[in-house]
Design a protein around this ligand. Structure first.
Ligand SMILES: Cc1cc2nc3c(=O)[nH]c(=O)nc-3n(C[C@H](O)[C@H](O)[C@H](O)COP(=O)(O)OP(=O)(O)OC[C@H]3O[C@@H](n4cnc5c(N)ncnc54)[C@H](O)[C@@H]3O)c2cc1C
Length: 384
């Protein structure tokens, strides 16, 4: 590989953020190289899961609510054009406990942003979803038009579409760039050199490894385990539309109905231990397995004996607050960081790609919450 300035932008990382960034840049007529070490949405990438929730609710946080709205439109448009049914409109049900203030804030924001939702008290929830135990739950809000993206396949399809738009895909691991001022070139692990005008590092949990001095202490990759419980034969109560996707933030658990016959998905949203995305074990721990099983037994009594039919171990790539990191490198003027999805980034891929494209091509006004300056070295999660 010895491309000398024939590209305008190199995007490094073909997860959801890099893929959408490359796609938007190509739509705007830019010559883009998409460089990826392991493959689009591979098993170790945060975008490599089968499914990711797309919901509009973010408490009082209007920024992410609006980005979710814009992103869902773009995802749906892309899937329609590709004739790929990779969005399941399962509905997303927010559950609130005794202190339901977050639920109230979510409802107020949804109303302001004109997102359709329905409200339920406990008795209404029990009547509508008799297969669920609503112990400790006071009320719920259903976003009927939100749901689940088939994540890994959506990214793979997006990369294919980007290639049709002229993006060149390069299988390459980029080494830590050196120098200051303008970055002239990057070097791959195979010793090849690559020059271009702008470099976008959309490296997910690897950002801290590629830029240890600037980001080593600002990106916190944490271990996250996901479980799929097998549904009793012929029982349709755990598939959509009977069961929506749901989140109960007080317990930090969330789950999805049985989609494409993979079983009921359940995961704990609390941050696990700090991990290295290259080497962490992808085998679930007995402790988290028991925790997931206990939770399933409590919320879905009919699944008490359900076997675990599949598991996944992934990592969140958290920033201190949970806000994305989309900013220039402080010492390299043509180098961009794009990441910090923090366990909620997948849905926003289209809006992220559009924003990065705007920042690079149109000098779009930066959003302060995405700045490097706002990212601390200790975690204090504020976005849920
Ligand atoms: C268990 C789990 C559940 C989640 N649930 C949701 C959800 O329900 N809804 C939601 O919206 N979000 C969710 N998320 C978050 C979401 O998946 C991530 O925020 C998003 O996928 C991040 O995408 P990314 O492109 O930044 O990173 P990644 O997908 O990790 O992609 C980064 C890519 O960069 C490549 N790379 C890194 N370094 C180099 C290098 N030096 N050279 C070349 N390539 C390199 C990597 O190989 C990788 O492919 C969840 C995450 C996890 C782990």
């Amino acid at each position: 590989m010895s491309h000398q300035k024939i590209f305008d932008v190199a995007v490094i990382g073909a997860g959801v953020f890099g893929a959408w960034t490359a796609w938007h840049l190509a739509k705007r007529g830019k010559r883009v190289a998409l460089m990826e070490a392991y493959g689009p949405a591979h098993s170790r990438a945060s975008s490599g899961g089968e499914t990711r929730i797309i919901r509009m609710g973010y408490g009082a946080d209007e920024l992410y609510t609006r980005w979710s709205q814009q992103s869902l439109e773009q995802w749906k448009k892309f899937f329609r054009a590709s004739k790929a049914p990779l969005f399941h409109e399962t509905g997303v049900l927010w559950l609130g406990g005794e202190d339901d203030s977050q639920l109230r804030r979510t409802a107020a924001t949804l109303k302001r942003c004109k997102v359709r939702y329905e409200e339920f008290d406990r008795a209404a929830l029990e009547a509508k979803y008799p297969q669920v135990s609503f112990e400790d739950i006071k009320a719920g809000i259903l976003e009927p038009h939100s749901g689940v993206l088939m994540a890994r396949r959506a990214v793979a399809m997006l990369v294919e579409d980007a290639l049709r738009l002229g993006v060149e895909y390069c299988s390459a691991q980029i080494l830590k760039p050196a120098g200051s001022g303008r970055l002239e070139q990057v070097v791959t692990s195979q010793g090849e050199r690559f020059s271009t005008e702008q470099f976008v590092f959309a490296c997910g949990a690897w950002l801290g490894k590629v830029f240890p001095e600037v980001l080593g202490e600002r990106i916190f990759p944490t271990r996250q385990e996901v479980f799929f419980f097998g549904i009793p034969g012929g029982d349709t109560r755990f598939a959509a539309p009977a069961l929506p996707t749901w989140l109960f933030q007080e317990d930090l658990f969330y789950g999805m109905p049985d989609l494409e016959s993979r079983g009921l998905k359940i995961a704990y949203d609390g941050h696990g231990e700090r991990v290295d995305p290259d080497t962490q074990s992808r085998i679930v721990t007995p402790a988290m397995r028991e925790r997931a099983r206990t939770y399933v037994e409590r919320r879905f009594p009919a699944l008490k004996e359900a076997p675990i039919v599949e598991t996944r171990v992934c990592q969140y790539e958290n920033t201190s607050s949970g806000d994305f990191l989309i900013d220039r490198h402080p010492g390299m003027e043509n180098v961009w960081f794009v990441g910090g999805g923090s366990g909620h980034g997948f849905k926003h891929g289209p809006a992220v790609g559009e924003y990065v494209t705007g920042r690079i091509l149109d000098r779009l006004e930066p959003e302060p919450r995405f700045s490097l300056a706002s990212k601390a070295r200790t975690q204090n999660r504020a976005v849920f």
